[in-house]
Write a protein that binds this ligand. Sequence first.
Ligand code: NAD
Length: 539
Amino acid sequence: LAPATAAATSSASYPTTHEQIQQPSDTPNFIDNKFTASQATQWIDLHDPATNNLVTRVPQSTDAELKAAVESAQKAFPAWKATSVLARQQIMFKYVALIRENWDRLAASITLEQGKTFADAKGDVLRGLQVAETACGITTQLPGEVLEVAKDMETRNYREPLGVVAAICPFNFPAMIPLWSIPIATATGNTIIVKPSERDPGAMMILAELAEKAGFPPGVVNVIHGAAKTVDFILDEPLIKAVSFVGSNKAGEYIYQRASANGKRVQANLGAKNHAAVLPDCNKNHALNAITGAAFGAAGQRCMALSTLVLVGETKNWVEEIAERAKGLVVNGGFEEGTDIGPVISPQAKERIEGLIASAEAEGAQILIDGRGAKPEKYPNGNFEKVKLYPPAALTQRPANEQIGPTLIANVEPHMRCYREEIFGPVLVCLNVPTLDDAIKLINDNEYGNGVAIFTSSGATAGKFTKEIEAGQVGINVPIPVPLPMFSFTGNKKSVAGGGSNTFYGKPGLAFYTQSKTVTSLWRSEDATMAKASVNMPT
Ligand code: NAD
């Protein structure tokens, strides 16, 4: 935490290139539709992961600012709830159009602050935009049910907004994950407070600016900043009725418990260790290309990254071919043409990932491609992973002509740290098993259950795998089976808190942000003639 410098009052001043930033401006709060400089005394430095140049300082918003955001959201709620669903829908149409118009700007902010390639950052925005586009159908999604349950008697069911809700977001999808919450929460009539990751709030600040332009009234969308202290405020504030969290297990399990203990609804998506089972009968080229892309894309910093390969039977001999593909990936700054893998988020993340690679080496796994210590020519100070190639046949002869690329670890065993822990970097660990049943057992024994994939040409094999596997999102010849917004993000086991009862977006997302109210009415068409009041349950 560093002392404050100059303050910015608009997201328009956000830099969007890797150029040296001479006068970084501070990130403001967004309360009541206004960008307001924070009066914070504690600030978090935010560095471009490709250069480690200072981009901005993010405030640990003060207690008064946090309270002001809640008051703004609470004040806005009654009128927003009363706003017709058609009017809310019109604002959502406008919001969608503005996000599309500002797509490149949002993506550039993501590449600058998060590090992923510009093309991948555009995908980050698109996946969030699709949730907003789906929320435009709120007029057909929100209607409840009605039934004439007896003569002259109807029961109808409404979905009402909860009030003020909050979203606590991770660093890896700075646009998509805020947009898992904002469109559905607001279209259903709630007001929302977003706490973006303190490591890359820039995309959210642009989304806030666009929310105001789209016509959201003051207080419907607010943004506050900070780390654990801001989170604790959200968890303890009685006016906040629901909390959406996406991030690590360490933070998420704590957040789930404390928010639930305070009587809030909580949806919480946590960490992962996603496996792909590769069967000998699969379409080999498709499988190996898909696996390489899904393992190393976004430098492995996706919750659905395919980080663990389970090679069944003879496919254990395919690691060399995966290594060939991985070596072809270009590691460089995210704005550079042709880059496949950008830097990881921070020097600390790089150190942690490199420590896990070292642990694999120490525990006897085979490091086929070693990505430690990279320095792309133009970005000597970035958080990159470099490749040194150790051919398995000649582990001691390290080639002089070093290449840049990701890390591939073969012959991994389930007890090793690199298998047990989420690596969240451009590292693919490979385990060998003899049969499909062994693959299923191995995957089910893992405590995480976010996503899984199987590569096979057999419908029967895929069917057995789908039925027996415990992970919540299954891809059949699809490496990253993230459901689109008409479905829901259905992680399982340790990848969700609270047993996954409240999942993000889709029908469960709508249910999360609404309270069901059931009304039973009797409008007698004839005058009642009963002589005596009945005290029995109607039969
Ligand atoms: P993180 O848990 O460090 O941070 C997420 C949010 O929690 C941030 O806003 C942060 O300020 C806050 N936070 C962090 N530590 C806290 C603490 N001790 N107390 C209170 N609040 C705290 O996660 P991250 O590093 O930003 O994101 C990466 C993690 O998120 C990975 O584990 C990844 O698998 C997971 N993730 C999961 C999904 C999913 O849908 N399952 C999606 C994206 C990311």
